[in-house]
Design a protein around this ligand. Sequence first.
Ligand code: GTP
Ligand code: MG
Length: 219
Amino acid sequence: MPHGTGQVPEVLHEHMSDLNHFLMVYRFGLAEINTKLDILAEELAHHGTGNPIEHIRPRLKTPASILAKARRIGCPLTYTDLRQRIRDIAGMRVVCGFVSDVYTVAEMLTRQPDVQLVLTKDYIEKPKPNGYRSLHLLVEIPVFMSDRMVSVPVEVQLRTVAMDFWASLEHKIYYKHSPQVPARLRDELTAAANDAARLDERMELLHREIHGGPAPVRP
Ligand code: GTP
Ligand code: MG
Protein backbone atom coordinates (compact mmCIF):
# COMPACT_ATOMS: atom_id res chain seq x y z
CA MET A 1 0.00 0.00 0.00
CA PRO A 2 1.60 3.31 -1.04
CA HIS A 3 2.01 5.98 1.59
CA GLY A 4 1.34 9.67 1.25
CA THR A 5 -1.94 9.42 -0.65
CA GLY A 6 -3.77 10.66 2.43
CA GLN A 7 -6.01 7.66 2.23
CA VAL A 8 -6.30 5.15 5.06
CA PRO A 9 -5.98 1.63 3.67
CA GLU A 10 -9.33 -0.17 3.82
CA VAL A 11 -8.01 -3.08 5.91
CA LEU A 12 -6.40 -0.73 8.47
CA HIS A 13 -9.64 1.19 8.67
CA GLU A 14 -11.49 -2.00 9.57
CA HIS A 15 -8.99 -2.82 12.31
CA MET A 16 -9.17 0.68 13.76
CA SER A 17 -12.91 0.54 13.97
CA ASP A 18 -12.76 -2.89 15.65
CA LEU A 19 -10.18 -1.64 18.09
CA ASN A 20 -12.18 1.47 18.95
CA HIS A 21 -15.19 -0.71 19.55
CA PHE A 22 -13.12 -3.02 21.75
CA LEU A 23 -11.84 -0.07 23.79
CA MET A 24 -15.24 1.58 24.09
CA VAL A 25 -16.51 -0.49 27.04
CA TYR A 26 -13.25 0.19 28.91
CA ARG A 27 -13.87 3.89 28.45
CA PHE A 28 -17.37 3.45 29.86
CA GLY A 29 -16.10 1.38 32.79
CA LEU A 30 -13.56 4.08 33.56
CA ALA A 31 -16.30 6.74 33.42
CA GLU A 32 -18.38 4.75 35.94
CA ILE A 33 -15.47 4.51 38.40
CA ASN A 34 -14.66 8.17 37.77
CA THR A 35 -18.21 9.17 38.73
CA LYS A 36 -18.12 7.04 41.88
CA LEU A 37 -14.87 8.70 42.99
CA ASP A 38 -16.18 12.18 42.13
CA ILE A 39 -19.23 11.52 44.29
CA LEU A 40 -17.10 10.27 47.20
CA ALA A 41 -14.74 13.24 46.92
CA GLU A 42 -17.51 15.81 46.77
CA GLU A 43 -19.53 14.28 49.57
CA LEU A 44 -16.52 13.76 51.84
CA ALA A 45 -15.38 17.33 51.25
CA HIS A 46 -18.35 18.36 53.39
CA HIS A 47 -17.21 16.18 56.30
CA GLY A 48 -15.13 17.59 59.12
CA THR A 49 -11.82 15.93 58.20
CA GLY A 50 -11.83 17.17 54.61
CA ASN A 51 -11.60 15.47 51.25
CA PRO A 52 -9.35 12.38 51.35
CA ILE A 53 -8.94 12.46 47.56
CA GLU A 54 -6.35 14.91 46.27
CA HIS A 55 -6.91 14.03 42.63
CA ILE A 56 -7.81 11.20 40.29
CA ARG A 57 -6.30 10.35 36.93
CA PRO A 58 -8.08 7.99 34.57
CA ARG A 59 -6.06 6.43 31.76
CA LEU A 60 -6.88 4.09 28.95
CA LYS A 61 -4.03 1.94 27.64
CA THR A 62 -3.07 2.99 24.13
CA PRO A 63 -3.28 0.39 21.33
CA ALA A 64 0.54 0.50 21.15
CA SER A 65 0.94 -0.31 24.82
CA ILE A 66 -1.73 -3.04 24.66
CA LEU A 67 0.23 -4.61 21.80
CA ALA A 68 3.53 -4.23 23.66
CA LYS A 69 2.11 -5.89 26.78
CA ALA A 70 0.52 -8.69 24.72
CA ARG A 71 3.92 -9.41 23.17
CA ARG A 72 5.66 -9.25 26.54
CA ILE A 73 3.31 -11.77 28.18
CA GLY A 74 2.90 -13.93 25.08
CA CYS A 75 -0.80 -13.17 24.68
CA PRO A 76 -2.29 -14.07 21.27
CA LEU A 77 -3.64 -11.06 19.39
CA THR A 78 -7.32 -11.90 19.54
CA TYR A 79 -9.84 -9.73 21.34
CA THR A 80 -10.90 -12.64 23.53
CA ASP A 81 -7.34 -13.22 24.69
CA LEU A 82 -6.59 -9.53 25.16
CA ARG A 83 -9.78 -9.16 27.22
CA GLN A 84 -8.89 -12.10 29.45
CA ARG A 85 -5.17 -11.57 29.90
CA ILE A 86 -4.71 -7.80 29.94
CA ARG A 87 -6.64 -6.62 32.96
CA ASP A 88 -5.30 -3.08 33.16
CA ILE A 89 -6.61 -1.63 29.91
CA ALA A 90 -8.70 0.74 32.01
CA GLY A 91 -6.70 2.26 34.85
CA MET A 92 -7.54 4.82 37.51
CA ARG A 93 -5.00 6.45 39.78
CA VAL A 94 -6.37 7.87 43.01
CA VAL A 95 -4.01 10.14 44.92
CA CYS A 96 -4.87 10.72 48.57
CA GLY A 97 -3.48 12.89 51.35
CA PHE A 98 -2.81 10.28 54.00
CA VAL A 99 -2.20 6.53 54.10
CA SER A 100 -5.40 6.09 56.12
CA ASP A 101 -7.29 7.92 53.35
CA VAL A 102 -6.05 5.35 50.84
CA TYR A 103 -7.68 2.53 52.81
CA THR A 104 -10.81 4.55 53.55
CA VAL A 105 -11.40 5.32 49.87
CA ALA A 106 -10.63 1.71 48.86
CA GLU A 107 -13.14 0.45 51.40
CA MET A 108 -15.82 2.96 50.35
CA LEU A 109 -15.41 2.02 46.71
CA THR A 110 -15.29 -1.75 47.07
CA ARG A 111 -18.23 -2.02 49.44
CA GLN A 112 -20.56 -0.59 46.79
CA PRO A 113 -22.77 -3.45 45.64
CA ASP A 114 -22.07 -3.02 41.92
CA VAL A 115 -18.30 -2.95 42.39
CA GLN A 116 -16.80 -6.40 42.43
CA LEU A 117 -13.36 -6.68 43.97
CA VAL A 118 -11.41 -9.26 41.99
CA LEU A 119 -7.88 -8.81 43.33
CA THR A 120 -6.02 -6.71 45.88
CA LYS A 121 -2.27 -6.12 45.74
CA ASP A 122 -1.19 -4.21 48.80
CA TYR A 123 2.23 -2.77 48.06
CA ILE A 124 1.85 -0.43 51.05
CA GLU A 125 1.70 -3.28 53.51
CA LYS A 126 4.35 -5.11 51.48
CA PRO A 127 6.35 -2.68 49.30
CA LYS A 128 8.09 -3.96 46.17
CA PRO A 129 11.85 -4.61 46.59
CA ASN A 130 12.62 -1.29 44.86
CA GLY A 131 10.50 0.55 47.45
CA TYR A 132 7.39 1.05 45.28
CA ARG A 133 4.28 1.52 47.42
CA SER A 134 0.61 1.72 46.35
CA LEU A 135 -2.61 -0.15 46.88
CA HIS A 136 -3.75 -1.85 43.67
CA LEU A 137 -7.30 -3.08 43.29
CA LEU A 138 -8.67 -4.90 40.31
CA VAL A 139 -12.40 -4.27 40.28
CA GLU A 140 -15.14 -5.14 37.86
CA ILE A 141 -17.93 -2.72 37.16
CA PRO A 142 -21.10 -3.42 35.19
CA VAL A 143 -21.64 -1.29 32.09
CA PHE A 144 -25.12 -1.36 30.59
CA MET A 145 -25.12 -1.30 26.80
CA SER A 146 -28.22 -1.18 24.59
CA ASP A 147 -28.67 -4.94 24.57
CA ARG A 148 -26.34 -6.41 27.16
CA MET A 149 -24.43 -5.87 30.33
CA VAL A 150 -20.66 -6.01 30.22
CA SER A 151 -18.52 -6.48 33.31
CA VAL A 152 -15.51 -4.23 32.78
CA PRO A 153 -12.23 -4.66 34.67
CA VAL A 154 -10.62 -1.47 35.97
CA GLU A 155 -7.26 -1.36 37.73
CA VAL A 156 -7.45 1.18 40.55
CA GLN A 157 -4.13 2.34 41.98
CA LEU A 158 -4.49 4.24 45.25
CA ARG A 159 -1.53 6.03 46.78
CA THR A 160 -0.52 9.07 48.80
CA VAL A 161 0.96 12.23 47.32
CA ALA A 162 4.39 11.09 48.59
CA MET A 163 4.03 7.66 46.96
CA ASP A 164 2.86 9.29 43.74
CA PHE A 165 5.76 11.74 43.74
CA TRP A 166 8.23 8.88 44.13
CA ALA A 167 6.58 6.63 41.54
CA SER A 168 6.40 9.38 38.91
CA LEU A 169 10.05 10.33 39.27
CA GLU A 170 11.22 6.73 39.52
CA HIS A 171 9.38 6.03 36.28
CA LYS A 172 11.11 8.98 34.59
CA ILE A 173 14.56 8.01 35.83
CA TYR A 174 13.99 4.42 34.82
CA TYR A 175 12.98 5.37 31.32
CA LYS A 176 16.04 7.55 30.84
CA HIS A 177 18.41 4.77 31.88
CA SER A 178 16.44 1.89 30.52
CA PRO A 179 17.24 -0.93 30.19
CA GLN A 180 20.16 -0.80 32.68
CA VAL A 181 19.84 1.37 35.78
CA PRO A 182 23.18 1.70 37.63
CA ALA A 183 23.13 -0.11 41.02
CA ARG A 184 24.00 3.09 42.90
CA LEU A 185 20.98 4.83 41.40
CA ARG A 186 18.72 1.90 42.22
CA ASP A 187 19.84 1.99 45.86
CA GLU A 188 19.32 5.75 45.99
CA LEU A 189 15.79 5.33 44.65
CA THR A 190 14.97 2.69 47.26
CA ALA A 191 16.36 4.93 49.99
CA ALA A 192 14.21 7.79 48.67
CA ALA A 193 11.15 5.49 48.77
CA ASN A 194 11.90 4.78 52.43
CA ASP A 195 12.14 8.51 53.09
CA ALA A 196 8.77 9.01 51.42
CA ALA A 197 7.30 6.24 53.61
CA ARG A 198 8.66 7.92 56.73
CA LEU A 199 7.20 11.24 55.62
CA ASP A 200 3.81 9.53 55.20
CA GLU A 201 4.08 8.13 58.73
CA ARG A 202 4.88 11.53 60.20
CA MET A 203 2.05 13.23 58.35
CA GLU A 204 -0.35 10.47 59.41
CA LEU A 205 0.57 11.00 63.06
CA LEU A 206 0.10 14.77 62.75
CA HIS A 207 -3.22 14.21 61.05
CA ARG A 208 -4.41 11.93 63.81
CA GLU A 209 -3.20 14.27 66.50
CA ILE A 210 -5.18 17.13 64.99
CA HIS A 211 -8.31 15.28 63.92
CA GLY A 212 -8.29 12.29 66.23
CA GLY A 213 -10.31 9.64 64.48
CA PRO A 214 -10.12 5.90 64.13
CA ALA A 215 -7.18 3.78 63.13
CA PRO A 216 -6.82 3.20 59.36
CA VAL A 217 -9.37 0.88 57.77
CA ARG A 218 -7.80 -2.00 55.83
CA PRO A 219 -9.62 -3.69 52.96
P1 GTP B 1 2.10 -4.76 34.65
O1 GTP B 1 2.17 -5.87 33.67
O2 GTP B 1 3.11 -3.66 34.38
O3 GTP B 1 0.72 -4.19 34.75
O4 GTP B 1 2.52 -5.35 36.06
P2 GTP B 1 1.79 -6.42 37.00
O5 GTP B 1 0.73 -7.12 36.26
O6 GTP B 1 2.86 -7.23 37.67
O7 GTP B 1 1.05 -5.51 38.06
P3 GTP B 1 1.62 -4.64 39.23
O8 GTP B 1 0.49 -4.56 40.19
O9 GTP B 1 2.91 -5.11 39.77
O10 GTP B 1 1.90 -3.22 38.58
C1 GTP B 1 0.99 -2.59 37.75
C2 GTP B 1 1.26 -1.11 37.62
O11 GTP B 1 1.71 -0.54 38.84
C3 GTP B 1 2.34 -0.71 36.63
O12 GTP B 1 1.83 -0.66 35.31
C4 GTP B 1 2.73 0.68 37.15
O13 GTP B 1 1.75 1.65 36.80
C5 GTP B 1 2.67 0.48 38.63
N1 GTP B 1 3.95 0.02 39.16
C6 GTP B 1 4.24 -1.21 39.61
N2 GTP B 1 5.52 -1.29 40.04
C7 GTP B 1 6.05 -0.06 39.87
C8 GTP B 1 7.36 0.50 40.12
O14 GTP B 1 8.27 -0.15 40.59
N3 GTP B 1 7.53 1.82 39.81
C9 GTP B 1 6.54 2.59 39.31
N4 GTP B 1 6.82 3.87 39.03
N5 GTP B 1 5.31 2.09 39.04
C10 GTP B 1 5.07 0.79 39.31
MG1 MG C 1 -0.06 -2.35 34.32
